[in-house]
Design a protein around this ligand. Structure first.
Ligand code: AMP
Length: 282
C-alpha cells in the first residue's frame, strides 16, 4: 500500500492507473478509523480495481468553536487498518498542501445544506463539498463511497456530483453500529463511560418512532415528542440539537409520514454531538 501526502503525486498515481485501464474507487475519511469506515472500504473494494482512501481532517468544514484541534488522530493505526481492508493508496495530506494560501473557490449546495446539521454548523457543508470536489478532481475516481450515517452529507454530495457533472458514481452504504445499536463514530471515544452506557438510547428512540409509524402514527409532531420524551427518560444530560422529519432527497420538512421519510437527529451527550437517522417507510 502506498502512502502519499502530496496532491500532485496522488494525481499522477491515479492518472497512471487510468492509463492502464484500471478503475478507481475513493473513500474520503477524516481518519481515526472504525468498523463503519472499514465497511465502506470493503464494499468499495468490490466496485473498482484500485481503492484510494483519503485521511484528512479538513479544516474548512469545522466552525470556529468546533473540535478541529481535538479531533482524534492515529495515522499509524489507520494505515494498518486501511491496508488490511484492501486500500491500494492512502492519501493523507497536510492542510497547507490541500489549500493554497489564496484559495478562493468554494462549492456549495445551499438548498440542501441549510437545515439539519447545516443549521447548527454554518459553512460545514460548503467545506465538505469543496474538499470532496478537490478529491474528485485529484483522484478522478469512477466511484466514491459514503456512509448513510451522514445522510445529509451524502444527499448533498450526490446533488453536487449530478449538478456539476463530476462523472463520479456516488454510492451510499448503511450505518454500521456497535452491538448495542450506537452508530459508530470517531467521536464516540469522547464519551465518558456513563455517557457511553446511555448513548444507545438514541438508536432506541429512532426504533421507537419507526414502531409508532408502523402502528399508524403518522403525525411528525407527536412522533417527535415521543423521541424527545424517550431521550429525556433514558439519556440524562442529553440535549437534542434537532430531531426532524424530512424528504430523503430534498431534505425538506414533512408534516406527515405518508411517504418514505428520513427521521434525522443530532443529540449533544455532554460535550459530544452525535448524529443518527432512520428511513421511515410506510
Ligand atoms: P468521517 O471520517 O467521520 O468523515 O467519515 C468518513 C465516511 O465514513 C463518511 O462517508 C461517513 O458517512 C462514513 N461513516 C462514518 N461512520 C459510519 C458508520 N457508523 N457507518 C457507516 N459509515 C460511516
Amino acid at each position: 500500500m502506498e502512502l502519499l501526502a502530496d496532491p500532485n503525486l496522488l494525481k499522477q498515481h491515479c492518472h497512471a492507473w487510468r492509463a492502464q485501464g484500471l478503475s478507481i474507487a475513493l473513500v474520503p475519511t477524516m481518519g481515526f478509523l472504525h468498523a463503519g469506515h472499514l465497511s465502506l472500504f470493503d464494499h468499495a473494494r468490490t466496485l473498482a480495481d484500485r481503492l484510494v482512501v483519503s485521511i484528512f481532517v479538513n479544516p474548512t468544514q469545522f466552525g470556529p468553536n468546533e473540535d478541529l484541534d481535538r479531533y482524534p488522530r492515529d495515522l499509524p493505526r489507520d494505515l494498518e487498518l486501511a491496508a488490511a481492508h484492501g486500500a491500494d493508496l492512502v492519501f493523507a495530506p497536510e492542510a497547507q498542501a490541500m489549500y493554497h494560501p489564496d484559495h478562493a473557490a468554494w462549492v456549495d449546495v445551499p438548498e440542501l445544506g441549510r437545515g439539519l446539521c447545516g443549521a447548527s454548523r454554518p459553512g460545514h457543508f460548503r467545506g465538505v463539498c469543496t474538499v470532496v470536489a478537490k478529491l474528485f478532481g485529484l483522484a478522478r475516481p469512477d466511484v466514491a463511497v459514503f456512509g448513510e450515517k451522514d445522510w445529509q452529507q451524502l444527499a448533498i454530495i450526490r446533488r453536487m456530483t449530478r449538478d456539476l457533472e463530476l462523472g463520479v458514481t456516488v454510492v451510499g452504504r448503511p450505518i454500521f453500529r456497535e452491538p448495542d445499536g450506537l452508530a459508530m463514530s470517531s467521536r464516540n471515544v469522547y464519551l465518558t463511560p456513563g455517557e457511553r452506557a446511555e448513548a444507545p438510547a438514541i438508536r432506541q428512540g429512532l426504533v421507537l418512532v419507526q414502531g409508532a409509524v408502523r402502528s399508524g402514527e403518522l403525525d411528525v409532531g407527536r412522533l417527535g415528542l415521543m423521541f424527545r420524551a424517550h431521550l429525556a427518560e433514558k439519556l440524562s444530560g442529553a440535549r437534542v440539537d434537532y430531531a426532524e422529519f424530512v424528504h430523503p432527497e430534498a431534505l425538506s420538512p414533512v408534516v406527515r409520514v405518508d411517504a418514505p421519510t428520513l427521521f434525522a437527529v443530532a443529540v449533544f451527550v455532554g460535550r459530544v454531538r452525535l448524529i443518527d437517522n432512520i428511513l421511515l417507510e410506510v
